[in-house]
Write a protein that binds this ligand. Sequence first.
Ligand SMILES: Cc1cc2nc3c(=O)[nH]c(=O)nc-3n(C[C@H](O)[C@H](O)[C@H](O)COP(=O)(O)OP(=O)(O)OC[C@H]3O[C@@H](n4cnc5c(N)ncnc54)[C@H](O)[C@@H]3O)c2cc1C
Length: 394
Amino acid sequence: MAWHDVVIVGGGNAGISLAARLRRIGARDVAIVTPDRPHRYRPMLNYVAGGQASMSELTRPADSVVPDGCTWLPTTAVAVHPAERELELESGERVGYGDLVLATGLEEDLDAVPGLAAAMAAGWSSTAHLKTQAERTWTAIRGMTHGRVVFTVPPEPSPCGGTALKPLFLALDHWREQGVLGQIDVHLVTPYASVLDLPFADRRLELPLAEAGVTVHHGSTVAEVDHAARTVTLGGAGRGVLVDGVDHAFVVPHYRGPSWLAPLAAEDGVGQVDVDPATMASRTAPRVWSLGDVAALRTRPSGGALRRQVEILADNIRAHRLGDPLREYDGYTIIPITVDRRRLFLAEFDRTGAQQQTTGLTDLTVPRRWLWAFDRYVEPVIYFRSLLKGRLIP
Ligand SMILES: Cc1cc2nc3c(=O)[nH]c(=O)nc-3n(C[C@H](O)[C@H](O)[C@H](O)COP(=O)(O)OP(=O)(O)OC[C@H]3O[C@@H](n4cnc5c(N)ncnc54)[C@H](O)[C@@H]3O)c2cc1C
């Protein structure tokens, strides 16, 4: 049976960045278990859906992102055996570990919204959140000259769910430029009492939504869709509301943790790994850790949150071995939001929802052209050249 000092499950932003960071601080034997599938810089999917980027710009072969000096096991993990400190692979083989890190991300739960899978197959619904549908989303936006559409902000947990507002604002501005916005009845369904339940961000969003004539359904989720009847039925505070005559529904699926991790999951029903949200250590399995979207860190998941999580978890794995005190993650996370096709602002906050800006030099909650250019053009370069290489970016 193979054995590695640190085994990481998942070759997304979290797993690759952590492996690279561990190597930088001296770990000699790090293995990554992740299937041989292209690695994607997922934040760019929203720009693909908004007609401002192409899929090829965000995609790299898996082997090109595995950090130098790490062992890559190109397969899928199916079970953890904490008592034996072993990870079981799809083939039935087991890999022993010194420390195990679960970084599998979340899985789409299409069945949570009855009718959604069929509506997507029929092309009546699409979302930037699925790699197969980002381009189709832009095709739908570009082809729209009149009618009724529905956009959603997904319930948590979701991969940076608040950025579902990006394709909405990119679409509104496109329709404005085309002179058709007045003929399109736009609905937004959000699970929050305000737009995002973040007052410092909501005040930047409410005016542009009102100016574009968007009807906002607060405290609501999509309970069901029917592409044949062209209806979207709401749940939550909007229970009973039926939006009919819908021409296209831009619905982000609900998400949950992978079912094979259920034995290690928190009892919140969404399947994220039960960890101490500060130290990222499993509450039930010794020498098991988790970070990224799959970890129950009591904050809204995002790639930006990983900048802090990766550094702290790499240090904690080492500190735990040395018997030193562990560092604590405060839940810092970020939602970058475009308000039109050339301006963007950043909502940065901790797990209490309190604003936490990483620079005091300028107010990043003011929509600015340079922030949009940075998010669209500079962030992908930083991601591939620095974040996936384990370099720290404040
Ligand atoms: C449309 C969209 C827009 C976004 N925009 C932003 C943004 O603007 N800013 C921002 O900060 N964040 C954004 N995010 C969120 C960000 O992309 C995620 O938070 C980040 O990708 C999480 O990384 P992760 O490694 O935890 O999970 P993932 O990226 O989901 O990676 C998980 C990896 O684990 C692998 N895996 C899964 N199961 C197994 C298994 N059983 N065995 C082995 N490997 C497995 C998968 O193949 C994958 O490689 C966005 C996300 C999406 C979808």
